[in-house]
Design a protein. Structure first.
Length: 361
């Protein structure tokens, strides 16, 4: 047997072992995110408070770690093991990063059915984060709005709009600080997809200007008719990042102009809903530390969010995500004291946990 044939057989054997064990994924390492570059200082975020800085740095590292684990773990569940190893507070950000790595981990082959079946439905408690992470990937790849629409088209008709949220977040978080035209592509999106993208902008603004609320409000004001959408994203981020410190979000809520408050309030509700399904036991513990009226308002809001989601899914028609949000926002305006300060007298107080009656997909 000649030397060349021996070498070819050896290489084939190595390739077979690498393919079988998953070790081949080491070739994706160049696509990984350097966690050392994902910090408040390196990114120039306006986060000055020491505790806030530590929290945001850990959020960013968790996100990067989830992405890297999805890309390079040699086992099918390696990314899950990484996410589950994080403190409960940060696990959702790891899952979001992992979802961003879904496409490159499959050698850039996108399969919406695979995404739904093996990612979303496999870990339903993190489902919102997965759609956001997929949209974030489109933002990182600078996909056109038309391509993003094709990616989202075959996904869950309600939650697919979160892909646009992730896309908008990327444009705001990484592009906006140095590019005044960063949102031009968002304006090419059709229908409510554009509003969802600006909700992602509001989430990003929370990280960009967290400890400078005046500047935060100033930048949202520049968004014109999409300022309320951004305010909704801001409300969501302020609660989702601090589920154990709701008072921080409530303090920021008081700085929000009156014309945006209904949307900010809605964002707070959706963040509570997301956190309640991420880890119900931890959510109960966090709400156990807030005043009773706020706890009542939180549980009542989640319950209504679930009720309307089920109602929307039973209806025909387009713009389901818009109708879901509009109905919940209207209900909150009528029944919940801003900002999650309590329930109005016309709403029966019920402190039972609605998250255990979660609307599933």
């Amino acid at each position: 047997m000649n030397v060349l044939l021996i070498i070819l057989i050896a290489l084939a054997a190595v390739a077979a072992v690498a393919g079988f064990t998953g070790r081949w994924r080491i070739v994706l390492k160049p696509f990984c995110i350097n966690p050392d570059k994902m910090t408040v200082d390196r990114l120039g975020l306006r986060v000055a408070d020491g505790a806030n800085t530590d929290r945001v740095d850990t959020v960013l590292r968790s996100f990067a770690g989830g992405f890297n684990a999805m890309l390079t773990s040699p086992t099918p569940t390696g990314w899950e093991d990484y996410c589950n190893s994080l403190p409960v507070l940060y696990q959702p950000f790891g899952h979001e990063g992992a979802a961003m790595g879904f496409v490159p981990a499959r050698l850039f082959r996108y399969d919406p059915a695979d995404f739904e079946n093996h990612i979303v439905k496999h870990y339903p408690g993190m489902r919102y984060l997965y759609y956001v992470g997929l949209g974030f990937w489109s933002g990182m790849r600078d996909h056109s709005p038309a391509r993003l629409a094709r990616i989202a088209a075959a996904l869950d008709p309600l939650h697919k709009y979160l892909c646009y949220d992730g896309y908008g977040f990327k444009r705001a978080f990484f592009d906006y600080p140095t590019n005044a035209q960063a949102f031009d592509r968002l304006n090419e999106l059709d229908g409510y997809a554009r509003s969802a993208a600006y909700q992602g902008v509001g989430r990003a603004f929370y990280f960009l200007f967290m400890d400078d609320p005046d500047t935060l409000v100033e930048h949202i004001s520049k968004l014109g008719r999409h300022a309320p959408d951004a305010a909704a994203g801001l409300g969501l981020a302020s609660v989702f990042v601090n589920p154990d410190q709701l008072a921080k979000a409530q303090e920021l809520a008081e700085r929000i102009p009156a014309e945006w408050r209904a949307q900010f309030h809605l964002g707070m509700c959706f963040a509570l809903k997301a956190r309640s399904i991420n880890n119900n036991e931890q959510f109960d513990r966090d709400l156990g530390n807030v005043p009773g009226p706020t706890r009542d308002a939180a549980y009542a809001s989640i319950r209504e969010c679930d009720r309307v989601e089920l109602q929307i899914r039973s209806e025909e028609g387009h713009d389901s995500y818009r109708r879901w949000r509009e109905r919940v926002a209207q209900w909150m305006t009528q029944n919940i004291e801003y900002p999650l300060a309590g329930v109005n007298t016309n709403l029966r107080r019920d402190t039972s946990n609605p998250a255990r009656q979660d609307a599933t997909v």
